[in-house]
Design a protein around this ligand. Structure first.
Ligand code: ADP
Length: 507
């Protein structure tokens, strides 16, 4: 075609009949040839292929200019060659209105220029379709966070699509990793799993297998991936190559983990609620039955004055027990629904601790444990110790812990109060209730602050309570910017300690 573009051949064509031989070549050429006058910009001569390509007769073409074949007027000059563009791919319009894509090569001579034109409509349609498919595939991989990869033992290289590089290196590029490099990307805890899975696949000549494991990107991100592998072996069973897909399933895995945790929590809370309901109904029924029984006796039988006094006392004790249970329930539901109000005031703690004594004695009496020694502990070197706190809630925490201490201690001493520690220029007050009771085994320490959790030793009869006391103490401490913790030696006793991160003043 290049030799055709030399001007002499066409000069002969224009010259006329004496060059019939060339004219035949011109007419019979399998591609369109068009000669255009440089001054008028009209087609001087066009061949049969040109007429067929554009759907006009050769005579019709002779009356036309390249502009008439253009899809857009301003691009006309480009359609069949311009003074500046020697080769171009352009859209053109046929006589029947159909738009085609043509590749135009132009040669400029003195008086005219020659364009050789090929119909590349189909080629370009396929090329565009291919590009579009590639783009769609790339997009699908990006959206689905998956890519393809291939590994050949003879080159010891993993190659992979853009998305694989994004998964492994957090940015799209071309991936090329050796076997060892691939292992080093794998999370240390999952490496031996990956190696043994691959070795097992080769040993058993597995043709396809799937794995889930974690990788760590150069930026330190831990990702969960799902890898599907296919393997090809030669007739001797030697691995030829492996290929497959790799998907980043970090998000899905996280959702799955969260779901599993949520299900466990739901099951646990369901179990706790069932236990609670069983305990709760027992806890309500016992004092109610007792009270009704005593009321019955008081009204229907002859009783002495002493018996009456004793029974009224028992009714009072049981109603207290019931009231405490109901109060616990109300408090717990208030805390859970964020409706527990905290009223801060400056509480003088020395006076507060001392004032608890009378209610403690009453509690001891009710529990029938008068022999327990109850010792308030305050810092006598300080005149006044103030903490900005809710007095009612502070007394609720103490009261819960002291009644537990009485409940779980048969003999010895219960100390309650506070200690001051000086750290650099700051004072810190730690409150405590410690006993010499049965203690709590270390495997239970983590659980006792959860609602509805109760433990009792098999050899000790079950003591009353709905398992809410410590949970309430914990929530109250947290509401007042504090915390509560426990130290215990089974058989020796327990110490419950708590503190609040609120302002204080010491005189
Ligand atoms: P309740 O006392 O109503 O059972 P709590 O939440 O107050 O519920 O206590 C939960 C569990 O913690 C108790 O069942 C008991 O096993 C343990 N516990 C609490 N205080 C003490 C203590 N001072 N000594 C030994 N065990 C205790």
């Amino acid at each position: 075609m290049t030799s055709l573009l030399s001007g002499r051949f066409f000069q002969r064509i224009i010259a006329g009949n004496s060059f019939n031989k060339y004219k035949e070549v011109f007419d019979q050429a399998g591609y369109a040839i068009m000669l255009i006058d440089n001054t008028t910009n009209r087609f001087i001569k066009t061949n049969r292929a040109a007429a067929e390509l554009f759907g006009y007769s050769q005579d019709e073409l002779q009356k036309m200019t390249p502009l008439d074949l253009s899809t857009e007027p301003e691009e006309a000059a480009h359609v069949l060659g311009s003074k500046t563009i020697e080769q171009a791919v352009r859209p053109a319009r046929r006589k029947d209105g159909k738009i085609i894509t043509v590749k135009v090569q132009t040669r400029f001579l003195d008086r005219y220029h020659i364009s050789l034109i090929n119909d590349v409509t189909e080629e370009y349609r396929i090329r565009r379709a291919l590009e579009m498919n590639e783009e769609r595939l790339r997009e699908a991989q990006r959206i689905g966070h998956f890519g393809w990869w291939e590994y050949r033992p003879e080159t010891d290289r993993y190659i992979g699509s853009e998305e694989i590089a994004r998964i492994y290196m957090d940015e799209p590029s071309t991936l090329s990793l050796s076997y060892q490099e691939n292992i080093s990307y794998t999370h240390p805890e999952d490496r031996s799993f990956l190696i043994s899975s691959m070795e097992d696949a080769i040993e058993h000549k597995k043709e396809s297998y799937s794995m889930h494991y974690r990788i760590i990107t150069p930026a330190g991100k831990v990702k969960a991936i799902a890898v599907n592998s296919n393997a090809k072996y030669d007739e001797n069973g030697r691995l030829l190559y492996r290929y497959g897909t790799c998907q980043d399933i970090t998000e899905t895995q996280k959702i799955m983990d969260d779901l599993i945790t949520a299900r466990r929590q739901a099951e646990e809370s369901d179990r706790l609620k069932t236990t609670f309901l069983a305990n709760f109904s027992h806890e309500i029924r016992t004092p109610l039955n007792a009270m009704m029984g005593f009321v019955n006796i008081l009204t229907s039988m002859k009783t002495t004055k002493e018996e009456k006094t004793e029974m009224v006392k028992l009714i009072e004790i049981n109603s207290q027990r019931l009231l405490r249970l109901i109060n616990d329930m109300i408090d717990m539901s208030r805390i859970e629904s964020n409706n527990m109000e905290i009223k801060y005031t400056n509480v003088e703690i020395n006076g507060f601790v001392t004032s608890m004594a009378s209610s403690i004695v009453y509690e001891q009496e009710v529990a029938g444990k008068k022999s327990l020694v109850m010792t308030p502990v305050i810092d006598k070197t300080k005149h006044n110790v103030f903490q900005y706190i809710d007095e009612l809630r502070l007394s609720q925490i103490f009261s819960n812990l002291i009644s537990n201490a009485i409940k779980f201690t048969e003999e010895g001493e219960i100390k309650y109060g506070y200690r001051i520690a000086r750290n650099e220029n700051r004072y810190a007050v730690t409150y405590f209730v410690s006993d010499t009771g049965q203690g709590i085994s270390s495997d239970r320490l983590g659980d006792i602050f959860k609602p509805f959790v109760q433990y009792w030793n098999e050899d000790v009869p079950k003591v009353q309570g709905a398992g809410l006391g410590l949970a309430i103490c914990k929530r109250l401490a947290e509401l007042m910017k504090g915390r509560i913790w426990v130290e215990s030696i089974p058989g020796k006793g327990s110490s419950f300690l708590f503190s609040f991160n609120t302002p204080m003043m010491i005189e």
